[in-house]
Design a protein around this ligand. Structure first.
Ligand code: NAD
Length: 277
């Protein structure tokens, strides 16, 4: 955090650090991505989460380049597409090229896809990429405890993060506590439940919003931040990007945090990691 940038950073397990709040571009249309990421950078975001599978790395790269923001002020994550798990190095080169970058800050295996049984092979290639310095950190996404355990048994580097579906109705306490025990930070995807349930209308959220003079989305983002999650809520609308960034001038009480945490109900809104291929 600096005077001009209110976002705290979190130290990862390999001497790098990540801005705790970023901007995600899942389902951002490729032709609109440059404009939308430009808006996000102007609002103040410096951490962008994309993926080869989103097919918008080119637009992200164009926005980064046009922004003129120094590379070391940016934190860029991309992810290995599932069908490329046996060709991770080539896929990584393609991502760098589309992003017009020499390195990414974080490179992730997007899904474990256990049916393919190639994530261990992919991770070994990511280890080589990390050793080359062209991914400052490497991690995984949608990995459950058995997938992480298998990496521990068969490979060398402990993932820096596990990016999993996580929002008040679906908090994955088993993965989260296992990851924390091993020094792996949790990135919460779908932090607002992807707008797929009535999260922002629940009284535990709206009452806290009224008490702090903030919006329900700001309350949910604040809950994530105070729980230690790394988040990158997505919106195509600049006013919502600004709203989602304006979360550093208030603190939820322990009672408010507890009431939101009690909303857990096993309410997954995305795919099950063992089923997505
Ligand atoms: P999200 O929870 O961020 O929800 C986004 C939706 O919430 C928007 O489309 C909008 O409808 C709504 N919204 C945003 N701001 C709002 C506001 N202030 N008020 C009211 N509604 C608001 O869902 P997401 O985009 O799926 O997740 C965030 C990021 O996580 C993605 O963009 C992507 O980078 C990442 N992600 C990763 C995976 C993975 O498998 N690793 C999967 C999904 C998402």
């Amino acid at each position: 955090m600096t005077a001009s940038n209110p976002v705290p950073t979190i130290a990862l397990n390999n001497d790098t650090s990540i801005p705790q709040l970023g901007f995600g571009v899942f389902k951002v249309d490729p032709p609109e991505t440059e404009r939308i990421v430009t808006d996000a950078l102007e609002v103040g975001y410096r951490h962008i989460d994309t993926a080869a599978a989103y097919e918008n790395e080119g637009g992200v790269g164009a926005a980064l380049k046009a922004s003129g923001i120094a590379r070391d002020e940016l934190f860029i994550t991309t992810k290995l597409a599932n069908p490329r798990q046996t060709q991770a190095s080539a896929a990584f080169e393609e991502s760098l090229e589309k992003l017009s970058l020499d390195y990414v800050d974080l490179y992730l295996i997007h899904w474990p896809t256990p049916e393919r049984d190639t994530y261990v092979q992919a991770w070994k290639e990511l280890e080589t990429i990390a050793e080359s310095g062209r991914a400052k950190a490497i991690g995984v996404s949608n990995f459950l405890v058995p997938h992480l355990q298998r990496l521990f048994e068969e490979t060398s580097i402990v993932p820096a993060v596990d990016q999993i579906e996580l929002h008040p109705a679906y908090q994955q306490p088993d993965v989260t506590s296992f990851a924390h025990e091993h020094g792996i930070h949790i990135e919460a995807w779908g932090p607002l439940g992807q707008g797929k349930y009535d999260l922002l209308e629940l009284p535990q959220i709206t009452e806290a919003a009224a008490a702090h003079g903030k919006t329900p989305a700001q309350i949910v983002i604040r809950w994530h931040l105070q729980r230690g999650n790394i988040v990158f809520p997505k919106s195509n609308r600049r006013e919502r990007m600004a709203e989602n960034f304006d979360v550093f001038d208030f603190t939820l009480t322990d009672a408010e945090l507890g009431a939101i945490t009690a909303l857990e109900r096993g309410g997954r809104v995305g795919a099950h990691p063992n089923e997505l291929n």
